[in-house]
Design a protein around this ligand. Structure first.
Ligand SMILES: Cc1cc2nc3c(=O)[nH]c(=O)nc-3n(C[C@H](O)[C@H](O)[C@H](O)COP(=O)(O)OP(=O)(O)OC[C@H]3O[C@@H](n4cnc5c(N)ncnc54)[C@H](O)[C@@H]3O)c2cc1C
Length: 296
């Protein structure tokens, strides 16, 4: 892998042994062999070409990930702040995949464009939010995405208008398609009203969610019938902890890192919650958090 790593280091800003705690909202995870941060699509293409034969994974803000304590053997390609320009034209916003949803939402508000307010508090990149069809407060990416551009490790490039969105799912998930550009199609509104809506939803989020502790958002997907947080609460698990991982006291749907949680603690906690809720409600909760790398 050494030759691949040296080649990538010549293409874009890269870091050996990158501590994944610093690149995930959970603040958990061991080192990645190499973390590469391409600054444009040409660099991304070159990085993909170089790491074709070694394990690699594209991430955004790392807000839906649990990285194992053993870290990641291979290349993590981070599409973040280095790949994040945004511009508005008419009722569309053109964003690089690494731009944050927050930044797109602020631009939409300034331009008097509606549609982003429900999504504005999700701490995602545009690319990560498309992959997950992220959503909140009655809105989801499916409502506002017109098209995306993507590249693949085989050098294929394209534009897609058909996203196959459903609950926390898109057609791009699990495929080796890397989103590079996202086009939002919004509708005309009034900046002050949009600002008020964003502020109200931000207050709601802060009241309901444990935003002062590291987490990866909702730990489990919404089951077919009912709500994961309600079931976890009814199962008596609010505040339940293993090591440094705990079911949040504030919102039972969140698992939080209370200080020194390991990935192993989180995994054991998630399994314990699944087991208990299966006993009490007969429902097998499915994790929304994605697992990455080596778990011990
Ligand atoms: C405090 C908090 C609150 C949250 N609230 C919400 C919420 O209200 N609603 C909601 O839906 N989610 C929420 N989340 C979860 C999370 O923000 C979303 O799942 C988000 O879509 C993840 O985006 P990301 O950029 O962090 O992607 P990452 O977590 O880095 O990656 C997620 C997935 O996308 C892939 N990926 C990322 N970028 C690309 C790309 N450019 N091309 C191809 N694949 C890519 C990764 O490989 C991975 O499979 C919350 C998380 C936190 C920490």
């Amino acid at each position: 892998m050494e030759a691949v790593f040296s080649a990538i280091e010549k293409i874009c800003p890269s870091k050996r042994g990158a501590d994944m705690k610093k690149y995930t909202s959970f603040k958990i995870g061991g080192p990645a062999d190499l973390l590469a941060e391409p600054e444009n699509t040409a660099q991304l293409r070159a990085v993909l070409e170089a790491c074709k034969a070694v394990p690699h994974l594209v991430i955004g803000n790392g807000t839906n990930l649990l990285v194992g304590d053993g870290g990641y053997r291979g290349v993590i390609i981070r599409m973040g702040s280095r790949f994040s320009s945004i511009r508005a034209e008419g009722n569309r916003i053109y964003a690089d995949a690494g731009a944050s949803l927050g930044a797109v939402s602020r631009m939409a508000m300034e331009k008097g464009l509606c549609g982003m307010a429900p999504l504005s508090g999700i701490p995602a990149t545009c690319g990560g939010a498309v992959i997950m069809n992220a959503g909140a407060y009655g809105g989801e990416m499916a409502d506002v995405i017109e098209s995306v551009r993507f590249v693949t490790p085989d050098g294929e490039e394209g534009e897609s208008f058909d996203h196959g969105f459903s609950y926390r799912h898109s057609v791009y998930m699990g495929k080796d398609m890397i989103i590079t550009d996202v086009v939002f199609k919004l509708w005309a509104g009034e900046s002050d009203a949009i600002r008020r809506e964003m502020e109200e939803l931000s207050v709601k989020r802060r009241e309901k969610q444990p935003l002062t502790l590291p987490s990866a958002g909702s730990a489990f997907k919404r089951p077919k019938d009912g709500f994961a947080a309600k079931m976890i609460d009814e199962a008596g698990l609010r505040g339940f902890s293993i090591g440094g991982a705990a079911v949040s006291e504030k919102h039972a749907g969140f698992v939080v890192n209370t200080g020194n949680a390991t990935a192993k603690d989180v995994r054991r906690l998630l399994l314990a919650v699944q087991e208990k809720v299966r006993e009490t409600h007969g429902v097998l909760l499915e994790p929304e958090i994605q697992f990455v790398g080596e778990f011990t």
